[in-house]
Structures are given as structure tokens and as C-alpha cells.
Write a protein that binds this ligand. Structure first.
Ligand code: HEM
Length: 188
């Protein structure tokens, strides 16, 4: 199945995009941030970027979780075979179908005048799938933990949304894995 731009738009407007992009959470007074937002949001953006079907959202979520965090090697191996089989199907579908999404760019790319092989495409898709989701979940968790601990920063950003972009850059720069260090006693 190849999703056209229009079909993808329908997909989103029909509410099948699972990740809350702000709206669904705005009416709530609180949430479990990681499972209700940070795990979902990057998948939703990634599916749009790659033009992979949102109907598969839950499968992609499970595959990604198992690939990165799975502890049972047999389950990981089985799910890796499932992902591989699925992506090979996708590669076959997208060959020769040139659209503006990243999957199409990869599958229809040429290097020195030659198309990429199925294995090369598969390697790139798995690299992006494995590298582009859990990283963002972890960084969102760090950033929003910082915001939760600094309500004055939240207030500032609500009043000055023009500072959000620079704040994200700054949070990316100084919030690394040692968040537990108090200011002045660690990696700040
Ligand atoms: C805040 C989120 C992210 C963080 C913290 C992060 C972090 C990193 C780091 C530390 C590396 C290794 C760089 C190196 O070897 O020097 C890397 C590589 C990579 N990342 Fe990310 N990443 C993030 C988001 C993403 C996303 C969204 C994608 C794709 C959709 C992605 C795709 C990749 C790929 C493909 C590589 C390998 C590049 C190569 O082999 O040269 N990353 N990332």
C-alpha cells in the first residue's frame, strides 16, 4: 500500500494519528508524560516523515520498544524478522513511486547512477527506525522534567513563545544524561 499525500492527510484528520499533538492533552490537568506523550509523539512524526501507515502505529510502537529495550533475545529476533519482512514489502511497493517522503527518497535514490539494493534500503530504514524514536522520547523526558521543576520557565515560555526555539537549543546543549546532578555539581 502506498499512501498518497491526500490519504495521509485523511488519516490524520480522521483522528487515526494516535499521538497527541497537544490538543488531546490540553484538556487534562496532568498525564504520565512518557507513556502518554513522549513515546507516542516521535512515532507519529516519524510515520509522517517516512509516509508509513498510521494504522500500524501500535505495531511500530511495539517493534521499536522491543528492538531497543527488549530483554528476551528470542522475542527481539522474532520481532526483528517481522520488521524486516514488513519493510521489505514496503520497499517493493515504493520502488518507482516517487513522492516527497523519506522512504521514497531512499528507495528511489541512485548512487553513481545505480539504484540502491533492497538490502541497502532496508539497512537505512532500520537505522532510521531504530535511531529516530527512543532518542527523541528520552530527550523529551529530560526537557519536560526540567520544565516541571522550573515553573518559572514554563511561565516565561507561555508569555514569550518566540524564546521556545532558543530554549530547546539550550536544553539540548546542557541537559545530558546526568540530570540528577544539582546545579553547580555536575555536568551543567
Ligand atoms: C533528540 C533526538 C536525537 C538524539 C539525542 C540523537 C543522537 C544521536 C547520536 C549521539 C548519534 C551518533 C552520532 C555520532 O556517531 O557521532 C546519532 C546518529 C544518528 N541518528 Fe540521531 N539522535 C536523535 C534523533 C534522531 C532522529 C529523529 C533520527 C532519524 C529520524 C536520527 C537518526 C540518526 C542516524 C541515522 C544516525 C547515524 C548517522 C551515521 O551513521 O552517520 N536521530 N544520533
Amino acid at each position: 500500500m502506498v499512501l498518497s499525500q491526500e490519504a495521509r492527510q485523511d488519516d490524520r484528520s480522521s483522528g487515526r494519528t494516535r499521538a497527541p499533538r497537544g490538543g488531546r492533552l490540553a484538556s487534562k490537568s496532568g498525564c504520565e508524560f512518557i507513556s502518554e506523550f513522549a513515546e507516542l509523539f516521535p512515532i507519529s512524526v516519524f510515520l509522517d516523515l517516512m509516509a508509513w501507515p498510521h494504522e500500524m502505529f501500535d505495531r511500530f510502537r511495539e517493534w521499536n520498544f522491543t528492538l531497543i529495550h527488549g530483554e528476551d533475545p528470542e522475542v527481539r529476533a522474532r520481532q526483528l524478522r517481522e520488521i524486516t519482512r514488513y519493510l521489505r514489502g514496503l520497499i517493493a511497493e515504493r520502488r518507482g513511486v516517487v513522492t516527497d517522503d523519506l522512504t521514497s527518497v531512499i528507495v528511489n535514490a541512485q548512487v553513481d547512477g545505480w539504484p540502491l539494493t533492497d538490502d541497502e534500503c532496508l539497512g537505512m530504514l532500520i537505522l532510521l527506525f531504530g535511531g529516530g524514536l527512543d532518542t527523541v522520547t528520552a530527550v523529551l523526558g529530560l526537557h519536560f522534567a526540567h520544565l516541571a521543576r522550573h515553573p518559572e520557565l514554563q511561565d516565561h515560555l507561555r508569555k514569550h513563545p518566540e524564546d521556545i526555539s532558543a530554549t530547546i537549543d539550550e536544553l539540548l546543549r546542557f541537559l545530558r544524561t546526568g540530570y540528577e546532578h544539582p546545579p553547580g555539581h555536575g555536568r551543567h
